[in-house]
Design a protein around this ligand. Sequence first.
Ligand code: COA
Length: 329
Amino acid sequence: MTDKLRAAGITCVASWLPKQIITNEDIVKMGIDTSDKWITEHTGIKERRWHNGKGATSDFAANAAKKLLKKAKLKATDIDMIIVATCSPDTITPSTACYVQHKIGAIKAAAMDVNNACSGFNYALAVGSKFVADKTYDNVLVIGAEFPSKYIHQNERTTFVFFGDGAGAVLLQEVKKDYGIMSNYLRADGSGAENLIVEGIGTLFEPSEAVKRPTIKMDGRAIWNFALQAIPDAAKNCTEKAGLKIEDVDFVIFHQANYNIITEGMKLLGLPMSKTFSNINKYGNTIAASIPIALEEALEKGKIKKGDIVMFIGFGAGLSWGANLMRWS
Ligand SMILES: CC(C)(COP(=O)(O)OP(=O)(O)OC[C@H]1O[C@@H](n2cnc3c(N)ncnc32)[C@H](O)[C@@H]1OP(=O)(O)O)[C@@H](O)C(=O)NCCC(=O)NCCS
């Protein structure tokens, strides 16, 4: 360990999404008591991707990682560490990151998961950037990857329409001084654990229950109220830690939970909608994968420029929330 820190930031982004598009009309045709109007008005979602072939979350993550390695012109053996943020892991153990490490051939990489659902990407980003900043590692892959279509149930219509599968990966490397991650702010409140939970798998459940299909259960109103407190808290504290004000932020990428939360969130922050980007209409809520998936598209659309102050804000199961602030390099 060296005593001097260096600047660490995101230098490359890539995502992978399953090919199968499920529209709101498709969901109505499945016999779910819902409508395109309800889903659009309450969430902003028009369609999502559900993977209907063989495979597991690590396949999504490995696909995103391979695309990223190609873009960054790196070999898998250049990767020092892989952190997968997921709450839909391949198995309870080993970690999904270990499967990814093997699937991409990153034979020199350490591997671990961060299980914090919709704030998982922000947690993993904060952890990964520390390893680059303190010079332990040069190339850290942070991947948000989720397969919630395996955990939703037709009897739970709210979550059935909400979630989508996908993966997004970022590369963390040293960047020029005064660029990169400026601050991170991470919080949790486990008293709200039951408001958003995957039931049926884990030691909380008896083995007889555990063989049932695990199902996401969500108290939508409770999560809504929590999100609208978490967003300003994360934004205020993360910007203050960097010695900045919220109005100094050039661009915000939110966890894509619900388009209405994003519009309310921007109002609470006092920022115009031109300073954010959402693609929830196309992909639904992809949990830990949503921020890197949205980030890649925002970059492709030229919405983020070198030098911009970019904030990532996540909130969800745990309850947990947090933000990272980065001067884009
Ligand atoms: C889930 C959410 C969209 C529901 O919207 P809402 O405006 O709060 O709606 P409510 O829960 O009050 O329900 C309104 C009605 O819609 C119904 N409803 C719920 N899901 C429905 C669906 N898919 N289709 C049609 N109607 C539905 C409810 O049963 C309720 O009917 P009722 O008034 O007859 O009882 C909203 O609460 C939300 O976005 N919460 C945050 C969830 C979130 O972000 N989760 C991810 C966290 S990372």
